[in-house]
Each structure stands twice: as C-alpha cells, then as structure tokens.
Design a protein. Structure first.
Length: 134
C-alpha cells in the first residue's frame, strides 16, 4: 500500500522592485493518504480583533491522525489544510522554503510507508497466575 502525493506550486508574477513575492502550494492527487498535510495555526490578533491563520509545518504521521481538517477544534489552535500561501521578501527565499517543503513531504511519505512494516506478532498468554510470552 505505497503512498504518494503531488504538490502543485504557483508563483505570483514577478514584478521588479516589488518587496513581496508569493507562492501557493497545494497537495493534490494523494494516494493512500490525506491531501491535508499542511499544519496551520489560528491565533487571535488582538490589535485587529480578528483571527489569523499561519502556516506552521508539514504534518507528521501522528498529526495526520490527531489534527482536525480546515479549522481548529476545541482548545487546540492547530489544524490541517491541503493548500497554503506563502509570502517572502525574495523569490530565492520562497525557493528555499519550497525545497524544504519537498523534503518534509517526502519524509512524511517515507514515514507513512514505514508504518506498514510491522514486526512479527508476539502472542501473550494471560492467566490468573501471570502473563507469559508464547
């Protein structure tokens, strides 16, 4: 049950002397795994009296199981999405961030595939007098 996922990257048209650059990264065509692999955190901006969502990380296998999709639940401010927008001062910084994302997504796929490699089962006999490994 091998897993895989594709990342779609769109970059804003580069304008000379523009102080900000943006990319949009979306996880698509996920095979045997969810496409919501990006962790975001929702924090309250008290100055504006609003909430803001910020990209925090690529999910770990445990976060894929534990975090809700598309909005936080309860007291946890983290959640998972399939699309993120990133803004930086230079296109080179965005390239480095995207390269890091590719590495982390590949690590996630490797880790998810490794979860399927189980050790042989151990059987335990449980009786009133104790537990023994058979």
């Amino acid at each position: 049950m091998a897993r895989s996922i594709k990342l779609s990257r769109q970059s804003a048209v580069r304008i000379p002397h523009n102080g900000a650059h943006k990319i949009v990264v979306e996880a698509v065509d996920a095979v045997n795994m969810p496409s919501e692999i990006f962790v975001k955190q929702r924090l309250r901006n008290f100055a504006k009296d609003t909430f803001e969502d910020s990209f925090a990380a690529i999910c770990s296998p445990a976060q894929l199981e534990d975090l809700p999709v598309n909005s936080p639940e309860g007291k946890i401010s983290y959640f998972r999405v399939s699309r993120v927008e990133l803004v930086a001062n230079t296109p080179e910084l965005l390239d480095r961030i995207f390269d890091s994302m590719l590495y982390e997504v590949q690590k996630l796929v490797i880790d998810l595939n490794a979860i399927d490699n189980l050790e042989p089962a151990e059987v335990y006999m449980v009786t009133a007098s104790g537990v023994t490994l058979e």
